[in-house]
Design a protein around this ligand. Structure first.
Ligand SMILES: NC(=O)c1ccc[n+]([C@@H]2O[C@H](COP(=O)([O-])OP(=O)(O)OC[C@H]3O[C@@H](n4cnc5c(N)ncnc54)[C@H](O)[C@@H]3O)[C@@H](O)[C@H]2O)c1
Length: 275
């Protein structure tokens, strides 16, 4: 895929953290990327163009995706937030995106879901992508909603949808929990590529995780479609443990995959939480 306008790729949320980490890698693979956000990303590369759009405004989203072949949908509220924030950016915003994609005959959507859609699974349990969602927050619920929308638009309208339950993206894992869920920007771009190009994609859920020895997730479907992660969190164990020592224990969060997202606002008995 190159600068071919018939393969136009739109990247929402491009000014954010993941956008900033992956844009230089993506620019080499897909020159001509159309970036979008409410705010213009800094340091636009010569091959990139920018179109401002607010995901909560259907007309702006429709204008953005018109003529696009594929969408990398990362825009939205990226942590726990008030219901109002989550409702607008992640529920209404995500609906606007899929609906605009359908109307514009977009062929592929890659949706940035999150580990927080399954954050109430215990850390001791290894899970696949076929488990019932167990969100740990309003944010996690919005990601489960996005996955469900993806399934609907795939089954009903034939869009090839890939949902990435991203763990945590960065140059290295920042604490012990993230030794299990970390993904390098390079590995995330590999998953984007599968979503953008693999002919077998209809509706897929992959875990956005590198090759982590301490991992909790079975990502065999992604591997079958060609995913070959190169990041290994174990290399950074000493750093992650040193950082963890500064954080201290979280009696609820430490039991569950979602960590502090699970313990925030928690009023239950831990024995009754999770499967
Ligand atoms: N960073 C991670 O490790 C991680 C982990 C799991 C999932 N995710 C998901 O990946 C995506 C990107 O994450 P990030 O870390 O880059 O987040 P970020 O908060 O840095 O970036 C999100 C971007 O979305 C934009 N945005 C928010 N509301 C918008 C609206 N109404 N209209 C248009 N743009 C809007 C923001 O301006 C921002 O630039 C998010 O959907 C997030 O939930 C990220």
């Amino acid at each position: 895929m190159t600068n071919d306008p018939s393969r136009r790729i739109v990247f929402t949320g491009a000014a954010g953290g993941i956008g900033t980490m992956t844009r230089p890698l993506l620019a080499k693979l897909y020159p001509g990327l159309v970036l979008s956000d409410r705010v213009k990303p800094k340091d636009l590369l010569p091959s990139e163009t920018f179109v401002a759009a607010d995901l909560t405004k259907p007309d702006e989203v429709a204008a953005l995706v018109k003529g696009a072949h594929s969408v990398l949908h990362l825009g939205g509220h990226s942590v726990e937030g008030t219901w109002d924030h989550i409702l607008n950016a992640n529920i209404i915003g995500c609906y606007n995106l899929f609906e605009a994609a359908r109307a514009a005959d977009v062929k592929r959507v890659i949706f940035a879901s999150s580990n927080h859609a399954i954050g109430f699974y215990p850390r001791k349990k290894k899970i696949g992508t076929d488990v019932t969602v167990r969100p740990d927050s309003r944010y996690g619920v919005s990601k489960a909603f996005g996955e469900a929308l993806g399934a609907l638009y795939s089954d009903k309208h034939g869009i090839a949808v890939t949902c990435l339950r991203i763990g945590n993206v960065g140059p290295m894992p920042l604490d012990v929990r993230r030794l299990s869920i970390w993904i390098s920007p390079e590995d995330l771009v590999q998953l984007f590529q599968i979503g953008l190009e693999n002919p077998d994609v209809r509706f897929e859920i992959f875990y956005g995780a590198s090759d982590n020895e301490a991992g909790w997730w079975d990502n065999s479907r992604a591997q079958r479609l060609g995913y070959r992660p190169t990041g290994k969190s174990e290399k950074f164990r000493a750093h992650a443990e040193a950082e963890q020592a500064k954080i201290g224990p979280d009696p609820v969060g430490d039991l569950f995959q979602g960590g502090a997202f699970a313990s925030a606002e928690f009023t239950n008995d831990v024995k009754r939480a999770g499967p």
